[in-house]
Design a protein around this ligand. Structure first.
Ligand code: UDX
Length: 436
């Protein structure tokens, strides 16, 4: 089966490479000529473990290719995926659908065969109807069915998530489309991955509901962590204790500096916009968005408090370890580190930072922060160290070395990657999240 993937960003590229690995013939299409040229030369536009090898194998096998030419790329494809970005529209938080609509138009104008058009981009309810209408308006004479097939992969674990998904959701309105989608995902059917067929609108909403629910879980445990600090309880025990209840589930209950990334912040806002449009408010999600925003700034204040407050902190130096919104990615979008760095530099604190993959992306977002070549260079003469992202590289820091280069052994661990008793035994002043 030939599959065309329009948009070679995170989701498009990972999905395209995985579909090729399933044995399909896949063409990844992108308007960005330099990105396509780099991909043709085996250079990945994003950092994702395992992706370069997967692309290389499938290109070599002749199953995966890249082009900037949409009309040529979609020729003969039975399934055409739309996987372009849907960023938050500046000012109002609505998802910006201009890229999705533009692709729909171009597909309609270029089609030379019947095809199922599949929206993989995260799009608000009703976008499938709009895509269908736009294609029809181009006067396209071929049979087209528009399907919603949201993607649930996580950055840093994208290939595993794609190939071993908890579920595949397909929102289709006719049997032909369902048949084509069964063929697209055949290896996963055979693997017994659960596949849920729904209406197109339900499928579109499932993606937003899932992300909003996960964001709510994180925000819930973050607020519990604050309470734990006040009452002298341990949030990790609370998290374990509630997570063992199968109805609650243990995942996404790690307290931290607030969620960031390319999905939760933008998707929760877009869901609220849909809720507003339909006059059906989701007050829980409104609270989640507000709490998470203020939490990121509060984390900066937590570091300032550790230094003895705003006044005492002025002129001191803080080392930030980890900048990306989570480990194993170079993605800085909505990373809590941005708000933490801002709060510190606003208070006249000198900030040095180290991140294994994210420093290049971080630099323009935090121009006042000095980027260091290693964690120990960042820590040199620091009055406090703050772990903002839980990269494995920070899980086994050399405590003796830190103590010999830092001004004082003060560690603020915003990800709870160390045990308070171990840190105390190692002679550190240790502050973490929700643990007394
Ligand atoms: C998320 C969804 O998990 C995925 O299904 C969807 O397709 C896209 O959005 P991603 O943004 O890649 O994926 O990262 P994820 O691992 O979900 O983490 C999101 C944010 O939540 C990160 O900032 C992370 O640090 C934070 N988080 C996650 C917590 O603070 N605590 C947790 O327990 C889990």
């Amino acid at each position: 089966m030939k599959i065309a993937m329009v948009g070679s960003g995170y989701v498009g590229l990972v999905s395209g490479a995985c579909f090729a690995d399933f044995g399909h013939e896949v063409v990844c299409i992108d308007k960005d000529a330099s990105k396509i040229e780099r991909l043709e030369n085996g250079v990945m536009p994003i950092y994702e473990p395992g992706l370069d090898a997967l692309v290389e194998v499938n290109v070599k096998a002749g199953r995966l290719s890249f082009t900037t030419d949409l009309a040529e790329g979609i020729k003969g494809a039975s399934a055409i995926f739309i996987a372009v970005g849907t960023p938050s529209r500046r000012g109002d938080g609505h998802a910006d659908l201009s890229f999705v609509h533009a692709v729909a138009r171009e597909v309609g104008e270029s089609l030379v065969n019947d095809a199922v058009v599949v929206t993989k981009s995260t799009v608000p309810v009703g976008t499938g109807d709009a895509v269908e209408r736009i294609i029809a308006e181009t006067g396209c004479k071929h049979r087209v069915s528009v399907v919603s097939n949201p993607e649930f992969l996580r950055e840093g674990a994208a290939i595993g998530d794609f190939k071993r998904p908890d579920r595949i959701v397909i929102g289709a309105e006719d049997e032909w489309a369902r048949e084509v989608m069964r063929e697209v995902y055949r290896p996963l059917f055979l693997n017994e991955s659960p596949i849920l067929f729904t209406s197109r609108r339900s499928s579109e909403l499932i993606k937003y509901a899932a992300n909003a629910f996960l964001a709510t879980k994180i925000t819930f445990i973050n607020e519990m962590a604050d309470l734990c600090e006040k009452v002298g309880a341990n949030v990790q025990d609370v998290s374990r204790g509630i997570g063992m209840d199968g109805r609650i589930g243990a995942k996404f209950l790690h307290a931290g500096p607030g969620y960031g990334g390319s999905c939760f912040p933008k998707d929760t806002l877009a869901l609220l916009k849909t809720a507003e449009d339909y006059e059906s408010p989701i007050r829980i999600v409104e609270a989640v968005v507000a709490v998470n925003e203020s939490r990121k700034r509060a984390m900066g204040r937590k570091v300032l408090d550790a230094l003895g407050g705003m006044e005492a902190a002025r002129g001191k130096k803080v080392a930030l370890l980890g900048l990306t919104f989570k480990p194993n990615t170079d993605d800085m979008r909505d990373s809590p580190a941005i708000a933490v760095a801002q709060a510190l530099t606003d208070a006249g604190v000198k900030v040095a930072a180290f991140d294994p993959e994210g420093m290049e992306q971080a630099r323009p977002l935090m121009p006042e922060v000095e980027m260091s070549a290693s964690p120990y260079e960042a820590i040199e003469d620091a009055d406090a160290i703050a772990i903002v992202t839980e990269w494995d590289a920070f899980r086994a820091l050399d405590f003796a070395r830190i103590k010999s280069v830092a001004n004082s052994p003060l560690l603020v661990d915003l990800r709870n990657i160390y045990r308070p008793e171990d840190m105390r035994a190692a002679g550190f002043d240790y502050i973490s999240i929700g643990r007394g």
